[in-house]
Design a protein. Structure first.
Length: 162
């Protein structure tokens, strides 16, 4: 099958598939006489695996480690367990950060209970202050996490999102 059909089957973007190939997550497919990429069932299954991992907010480095173990079924999966445990811990940390963010936003929203001119808007006033009520400094909850999936992996997370 050609790349467009693979993209349709897997619900992925063609550019994402090409990126995964360049990054080594998907093996480079054979080429037709017309120089079209020709994908097989292996590519479909691997892309489904990658997309499932991405849906669980795993980094590309984490996915790379998981793919290694998936292709080495004789190896002990203790590192897979540790990887998932670290990932769960990071998700729990992000959830706490998001709950704090929600509290900050609700506190900010309470500063302007009624519509009035923007010059007297409590929300805009609060956003202009360096510290939030309670003396906390404003911080941004980061999107996808960027911790190393494996301490031996030096490759930096590229942030490619589907």
């Amino acid at each position: 099958m050609k790349i467009g059909e693979l993209a349709r089957l897997a619900g992925a973007n063609v550019e994402t598939i090409r990126y995964y190939e360049r990054d080594g997550l998907l093996p480079v497919p054979a080429r037709s006489d017309g120089n079209y990429r020709i994908y097989g069932d292996y590519h479909v299954q691997r892309l489904f695996f990658i997309r499932r991992c991405r849906s669980l907010d795993m980094t590309l480095d984490e996915i790379r480690v998981l793919l290694h173990f998936k292709e080495s079924p004789q190896e002990n999966c203790a590192d897979v367990n540790r990887l998932l445990d670290r990932h769960i811990g990071h998700v729990a940390q992000r959830m706490q950060e998001l709950q704090e963010l929600e509290k900050q936003l609700r506190d900010l929203r309470e500063r302007c209970g009624e519509a009035r001119d923007a010059a007297h808007c409590g929300i805009l006033d609060g956003l202009s202050q360096a510290t939030l009520p309670g003396g906390k400094t404003a911080s941004h909850v980061q999107g996808p996490h960027r911790h190393a999936a494996n301490p031996n992996v030096e490759k930096e997370y590229k942030g490619n999102q589907d």
